[in-house]
Design a protein. Sequence first.
Length: 299
Amino acid sequence: MNLNQLKTFMVLSECLNVTETAERLFCTQPSVSIKIRKLEESLNTVLFERINNRLYLTEQGKIFRAYVEKVLSTLETSIEHIHQYDDPNYGKIIVGASHFVGVYLLPKVIAQYKKLSPNVELKIEILSSQQLIQGLDNHKIDFLIMSDQVYFDPQRYISHTFFRDELILIASPLNKLANIKSCHFNELSKEQLIIKPNLSETRKFLFQHFTQAQINELNIMEINSLEGIKHCVMHNLGISIVSKLSVVNELRTNLLVEIPLQEFQFKRGINYIFQQDKYISPAMSRFIALLDQLSNLED
């Protein structure tokens, strides 16, 4: 049994005429007869009977027709659904993002994307780096957006930097460092530095810029929440080094102040990553194009 046989059966069951069926399907009359015969053989039943030189559906044929009609209708719907994915206005995208990206960078992109493709089903998974990579490898996530501090094998993945994230030193306006023109490391080391715990990619990135001796001098308080860190700094419990994007509103409203660092500059790339053999649908391509428009990379 195959699809051509089912289509031939449906047309013949409608017109009950072999000649007309052949004309509709652009084939020969013997071809129609062969397909129907093979279909009946595969079902081990008789679907049509000829009485007084006229063709009729048997009772088995009537029962079978109802099911074939459902099968072909479902198949047609599925084909239409599949072809929707060739249209950037349809489809489904699952994006995996680090916490910083998912909270402070992606909302702007999503808002723009929804204006262009409101019918696309968009899901954002904000997870740890390990969970993101696992989801990508298990094909549960289409592509990732995260810091370039995480290595991806170029033989297996496409990884492209589309944004440059700057980390800045922040303090409460009440902090004694708030009014200085620039902060040296010796001044930084005297303050309570509030940062994420050891497993944080941001912490690893920051510590790459310090010597081990400097790290040993730091007076560290650990908080596993960027929002928690910001609020502690606002209440003058210490200072921190965070993404500038995450404190735009607080800087604007003077809840926090930025303090220039004399010896250090912290900039990291934000990448989108997908597997080398990943099929990039038109909907995904449009989303990635919006990410590329955010690029603020220096020449």
